[in-house]
Design a protein around this ligand. Structure first.
Ligand SMILES: O=C(O)c1cc(C(=O)O)c2c(n1)C(=O)C(=O)c1cc(C(=O)O)[nH]c1-2
Length: 255
């Protein structure tokens, strides 16, 4: 089905497009990456877990910026009203939940024993992490608004990833507590809300075979970017364990 869409052979119904997006996206989602498999199996060292949290901070910190860029591209107040919730979820707000996702991610990083300033400085993140995060900003600014919105559809699958990860982490790493993982709790309702909104827009806007192909490509590009971040982590911290100069060196790293 995906190949047919890519070839722009015929216009799919919205339901068929949704099914194609779900199938193509899930097949390439980072849930299947060996680094996540190690994490869920309880086989990561503390240092590897720290490297994951430190690098993923770069992604988390970029999310509200990329959502602000998407917001700025739309002429539709209704769209912007809905989309801005994403920014608030991550940045928090003065008169509501001050602890947005970014703060909660820092709590997770500190819970793993990382220094907050080292994490927020981002200098010790892997070069590839920074490139991948930059690629996300490029994706949402250089393509169409349809591409930008479709690229967020990995959130269709993140509740599955979180649903596997949280119980596995709690069961298999004695230094991880529910408090440390509090980042993930609100994501379980925020992500489906956001994904349903984005999916409704994408299936409405993609009304030609070309636009349907564009939506699928955007989702796959996003999957690739998430995958590339884990490839870089795996290469640096698992096998062969080659940490780039200047990047975070866990205390328990062999060599
Ligand atoms: O834990 C995960 O596996 C995971 C995945 C993703 C994703 O698929 O992009 C996001 C998140 N978490 C997440 O917490 C989050 O806030 C988020 C925002 C976005 C986005 O693209 O706008 N993806 C994700």
């Amino acid at each position: 089905m995906v190949e047919a869409i890519r070839a722009g052979q015929r216009l799919l119904t919205p339901t068929e497009l949704e099914q194609a997006l779900r199938e193509a996206g899930f097949a390439r989602y980072h849930i299947h990456h060996p680094f996540h498999r190690l994490m869920n199996a309880g086989d990561l060292t503390l240092g590897q877990m720290q490297a994951w949290a430190l690098n993923r901070y770069c992604y988390q910190a970029t999310i509200p910026k990329k959502d602000a860029l998407i917001l700025a591209r739309s002429e539709d107040p209704e769209f912007r009203r809905e989309w801005r919730k994403r920014i608030i979820d991550h940045d928090g707000e003065e008169n509501g939940e001050k602890d947005g996702g970014i703060r909660r991610w820092l709590k997770l990083a500190e819970g793993l024993g990382l220094d907050r300033d080292m994490v927020t400085a981002r200098r010790k993140a892997l070069p590839a992490t920074r490139y991948a995060v930059g690629a996300y900003l490029d994706l949402v600014t250089q393509g169409s608004l349809l591409t930008a919105v479709a690229s967020s559809l990995t959130e269709l699958f993140s509740p599955v990833a979180i649903g596997e990860r949280v119980p596995a982490m709690l069961a298999r790493y004695d230094y991880i507590t529910e408090e440390t993982l509090s980042y993930f709790t609100p994501r379980l309702h925020q992500a489906p809300r956001d994904a349903e909104h984005a999916l409704a827009l994408v299936t409405r806007w993609a009304d030609t075979p070309e636009k349907q192909a564009e939506a699928v490509e955007a989702l796959l590009a996003k999957c690739d970017l998430l995958w590339a971040m884990l490839d870089a982590l795996h290469h640096a911290y698992v096998s062969p364990g080659q940490i780039p100069p200047g990047a975070f060196r866990p205390k328990d790293h062999r060599t």
